[in-house]
Design a protein around this ligand. Structure first.
Ligand code: NAD
Ligand code: MG
Length: 390
C-alpha cells in the first residue's frame, strides 16, 4: 500500500489522480489532501478517501471543515504551514505536487527535504527554483517523477538507454487554440477563447499558458532541470494532434517517442506506480483511425512567450523565477479582463528587462525575486488599465 499526500486535490490533476486511486484501491491510501478554495469538492473527497490530514488556504475555511467533520474527521490545517505539514509530516511515501503556480514551491521542497518521493505536476516549482530543488533531491536521495505529459514521455523514452547517448530532447506542443491565428487577431482574443484548448481539459492558468505557449516555455525549463541538458539541446515541435507526447533523439540518429491519447491519467499513473504500469480504463489509441500526424516549427513572433522562456533559461539565476511571477500576474489580469492577450508577453518582457539578475541559490533569493516581479507586473497591469490601451 503506497501512502499518498495530494497537494491541489481539487484541481484538474488532483481530480484525475483521485480517479486513478479509486480504480486501484488496493494499491494506494490517501493520507493527506490539500486545496485552495473549492470546499464543496474537497469535502466530497474527504468523505470518499478519508485522509488523516487536510489543509486549506485560510483559517475560516479550516473552521468550516472542522464544523462539518468534527472530532472523528481529519486533522484540519491551514495556510502555508498547513500545506508544508501535509507535504512533509504526514507519513506519506509519495507526494503528488499538483498545486498551480509558484505557491507549490515551498510544500514541494518540504516534501523533498523530508525524503519523500514526489510526483511532480507543478512545473512552476522547477522553473522558479530548479537548482535548489534538484540539489535537495540529490541530497535527500528521493525521486522526482514527472507528471507533465511531455516529461513523462521523455522519462519513458529514456528507460533502458544511456543518458550519455542522448543528443537532444524534442518537446511536442499542440500549439493551443490560436495556432493558426494571425498576429493582428491575437490582440483581440478573449479569456473564453483562450480557455478552449483543442485537445486537453486543464486548469485555467495552464490553459492560458498553452494559448500563449508560455506553457511550452515553462516545460523547456522544467526539462532542463529534470534531464540536465542545456537550452540548445531542448527543441519544441508543434504537433497539433497531441498524440506523440515528446521524443528523445540519440547520437546514432534513433528517435524514441511515447505515444498515447491525450489524457493525463497515463502520465499520472506512471509516476504513481513506476516502474510498474497499472491498467487504466481509457480508450485505446487507434492510429489508423487518427490518420495524419503533423509536425511544424513554432512561430516565435506570434508566440513571444516561448522565446522569453528560452532567454530566461539562458540567463539563469533569478531570471526564470521573475519571468514566472510576471506571467502569473499577467495571466490572472488577462483572465479577469484587465489586459489583452498580447499584453501578457509585453508585461513579462518589461519585468524581465527591469530585473537585475541575481543567483538563485537560496529560497530567500528566489522568493524575493518572485515578490519583486509580482509587484512590478501589477504596476504594469494598472498602467495598461488606466491608459486603456489593451
Ligand atoms: P487547477 O487550477 O485545476 O488546480 C490547482 C489546484 O491547486 C487546486 O486544487 C487549487 O485549489 C489549488 N491551489 C491553487 N492555488 C493555490 C494556492 N495559492 N495555495 C494552495 N493551493 C492552491 O490546476 P491544474 O490544471 O490541475 O494544474 C496543476 C499543476 O499541474 C500546474 O502547475 C500545471 O502547470 C500542472 N500541469 C497540469 C496539467 C493538466 O492537464 N491540468 C498537465 C501538466 C501539468
Ligand atoms: Mg505538458
Amino acid at each position: 500500500m503506497k501512502r499518498l499526500a495530494i497537494l491541489g486535490s481539487t484541481g484538474s490533476i488532483g481530480v484525475s489522480t483521485l480517479e486513478i486511486i479509486a480504480e486501484h484501491p488496493n494499491r494506494f491510501q490517501v493520507v493527506a489532501l490539500t486545496a485552495g478554495r473549492n470546499l464543496e469538492l474537497l469535502a466530497e473527497q474527504i468523505e470518499r478517501f478519508r485522509p488523516e490530514y487536510v489543509a486549506v488556504l485560510n483559517s475560516f475555511d479550516a473552521d468550516q471543515l472542522h464544523d462539518r467533520f468534527g472530532a472523528g474527521g481529519p486533522h484540519i490545517l491551514h495556510g502555508t504551514t498547513g500545506l508544508v505539514s501535509c507535504a512533509a509530516d504526514t507519513g506519506a511515501d509519495m507526494v503528488v505536487s499538483a498545486i498551480v503556480g509558484a505557491a507549490g514551491l515551498e510544500p514541494t521542497l518540504a516534501a523533498i527535504e523530508s525524503g519523500k518521493d514526489v510526483a511532480l505536476a507543478n512545473k512552476e516549482t522547477l522553473v522558479v527554483a530548479g537548482r535548489l530543488v534538484m540539489r535537495a533531491v540529490a541530497r535527500h536521495g528521493c525521486h522526482l517523477f514527472p507528471v507533465d505529459s511531455e516529461h513523462s514521455a521523455i522519462f519513458q523514452s529514456l528507460q533502458g538507454h544511456r543518458k550519455a547517448d542522448v543528443k537532444r530532447l524534442i518537446l511536442t506542443a499542440s500549439g493551443g487554440p490560436f495556432r493558426n491565428h494571425a498576429l493582428e487577431d491575437l490582440a483581440k482574443v478573449s479569456a473564453e477563447d483562450a480557455l478552449a484548448h483543442p485537445n486537453w481539459t486543464m486548469g485555467r492558468k495552464i490553459s492560458v499558458d498553452s494559448a500563449t505557449m508560455m506553457n511550452k516555455g515553462l516545460e523547456v525549463i522544467e526539462a532542463h532541470w529534470l534531464f540536465a541538458l542545456p537550452a540548445d539541446r531542448i527543441d519544441v515541435h508543434i504537433h497539433p494532434e497531441s498524440i506523440v507526447h515528446s521524443m528523445v533523439e540519440y547520437v546514432d540518429g534513433a528517435v524514441i517517442a511515447q505515444l498515447g491519447i491525450p489524457d493525463m491519467k497515463t502520465p499520472i499513473a506512471y509516476a504513481l506506480s513506476f516502474p510498474e504500469r497499472m491498467p487504466l480504463d481509457l480508450p485505446p489509441l487507434d492510429l489508423c483511425e487518427r490518420g495524419l500526424l503533423q509536425f511544424e516549427k513554432p512561430d516565435f513572433d506570434r508566440f513571444p512567450c516561448l522565446g522569453l522562456a528560452y532567454s530566461a533559461l539562458r540567463k539563469g539565476g533569478t531570471a526564470p523565477a521573475v519571468m514566472n511571477a510576471a506571467n502569473e500576474i499577467a495571466v490572472e489580469a488577462f483572465l479577469s479582463g484587465q489586459i489583452g492577450f498580447m499584453n501578457i508577453a509585453e508585461i513579462i518582457q518589461s519585468v524581465m528587462d527591469q530585473h537585475h539578475l541575481q543567483s538563485a541559490d537560496t529560497l530567500q533569493q528566489v522568493l524575493s525575486a518572485d515578490a519583486w516581479a509580482r509587484q512590478v507586473a501589477v504596476e504594469h497591469v494598472m498602467r495598461i488599465e488606466s491608459e486603456g490601451v489593451k
